[in-house]
Design a protein around this ligand. Structure first.
Ligand code: HEM
Length: 376
């Protein structure tokens, strides 16, 4: 831990920071910490006139169930989890392979060969468009996701609020024509607003995070000749095991927010109702925690990847507890398929000099560009 305290108040950020992975797991699974960080941030960071002007936007985000707590959250999550079941994700594999091949064609056809727009944004965008049933191309979906995440990260910015408001309108329009939301409640205006918010959240959840994983996977494998050989030779499980290492090494999301629900003392610190908490997802090494029987069984139900010798998941990359990512099997599938198809298609690929251009966003680990010599 390099002397980093497990829990500390950060004067600059004006919030608590949970750095220790075991404490992080407790906080993410504890009724004393609520998920309603947007609501708290609207109060803290948006002026009264801005809240008034962008009421529609704040209402839309408030309805995302990632912001809700039990029992409301449990009821809203259940139907989405059913849609994203292991058998459904498994059934997507042939479509993910086709999409991957189309995106590798696009990579070969553009110069310089930049993995981020053609492959990472391309695959994650087309897969999410397929799952949700929207027709917009990946660049539109990713523009939406980036616009919303800029606003979520800096709600005091009126320009971000304006752009996010426009995005909300475009997303709502697209989702009114989409296929997946049609199977969700539509009777009343409240039902329709909730259904739109749920699918906007799902769409958003599968874009920037997954694009980051896909780009990191290509970058890292080209720096590891032994793994590259194993994947090229088609060694069973090699791609899945490597994706797990990439997730741990470069978690696409670095932290999650929570709000202290009531005054309490944790790890020797007094926390007050309404305090914001940033929970770091970058820690590893949770296995010896014998007193946590409710840890999700490790291992992806779709790809079979295990995050640590078949024991409990060794990282917090997909979160922990009731909000554990519903799209984890899909993200893992996309990355493993990409690795295999990419190695088969471009066995002589190499990183160019200064291949990686990192993005400025502090919450996402993300590449803006990744330039390759495809060796063909
Ligand atoms: C590598 C890719 C991904 C990463 C790193 C990631 C990460 C996360 C994390 C950390 C959470 C927990 C949020 C919290 O506790 O507040 C989460 C929740 C969620 N993710 Fe993902 N995610 C990824 C891919 C996806 C995909 C592909 C989808 C869509 C299919 C998706 C949809 C969601 C949804 C809907 C939630 C909310 C779950 C809930 O609140 O119950 N994610 N994700």
């Amino acid at each position: 831990m390099n002397g980093t305290p497990p829990l500390a108040w950060d004067e600059g950020l004006e919030c608590w920071v949970v750095a220790d992975p075991r404490l992080a797991r407790q906080v993410l699974n504890h009724p004393g910490f609520t998920s309603g960080t947007f609501e708290r941030s609207f109060q803290l960071y948006m002026s009264e006139p801005a809240r008034e002007e962008y009421r529609e936007l704040t209402e839309f985000l408030r309805l995302w169930f990632v912001q809700a707590d039990a029992p409301e959250h449990t009821a809203l999550r259940r139907p989405v989890q059913r849609v994203m079941s292991a058998s459904y994700v498994r059934s997507l594999a042939p479509r993910v392979e086709e999409i991957t091949d189309e995106c590798l064609d696009a990579l070969a056809a553009t110069a310089p060969h930049d993995v981020v727009p053609a492959v990472a944004d391309g695959i994650s965008g087309k897969v999410m468009a397929h799952v949700v049933g929207v027709t917009e191309p990946p660049e539109v979906l990713h523009r939406w996701a980036r616009t919303l995440s800029l606003f979520i990260g800096a709600m005091y910015r009126r320009d971000y609020a304006r752009a996010a408001h426009r995005t909300m309108t475009e997303m709502t329009e697209a989702l009114s024509r989409a296929t997946a939301p049609k199977a969700f409640p539509q009777e009343t205006p409240e039902d329709r607003a909730r259904t739109t918010a749920t699918w906007a959240m799902n769409l958003f959840g599968g874009l920037e995070t997954t694009s980051s994983l896909l780009a990191s996977t290509v970058m890292d494998v080209l720096g590891e000749p032994a793994v590259w050989d194993a994947v090229r030779e088609g060694r069973p499980g090699a791609a899945e095991a490597f994706v797990e290492r990439v997730l741990q090494r470069r978690p696409p999301l670095r932290h999650l927010g929570r709000v202290v629900a009531y005054d309490q003392e944790i790890a020797g610190e007094r926390m007050k109702e309404g305090d914001l908490v940033l929970v770091s997802l970058t820690g590893e090494g949770l296995l010896d925690d014998a007193d946590a029987p409710d840890v999700p069984a490790a291992g992806c139900p779709v790809t079979g990847a295990t995050a640590g010798a078949g024991g409990p998941e060794q990282h917090l990359v997909f979160g922990f507890g009731p909000h554990y990512c519903v799209g984890a099997p899909l993200a893992r599938l996309e990355a493993a398929v990409l690795l295999r198809r990419f190695a088969a298609r471009f066995p002589g690929a190499r990183l160019t000099d200064e291949a990686a251009v990192w993005g400025p966003n502090l919450s996402y680990v993300g590449l803006d560009h990744l330039y390759l010599d495809l060796g063909v």
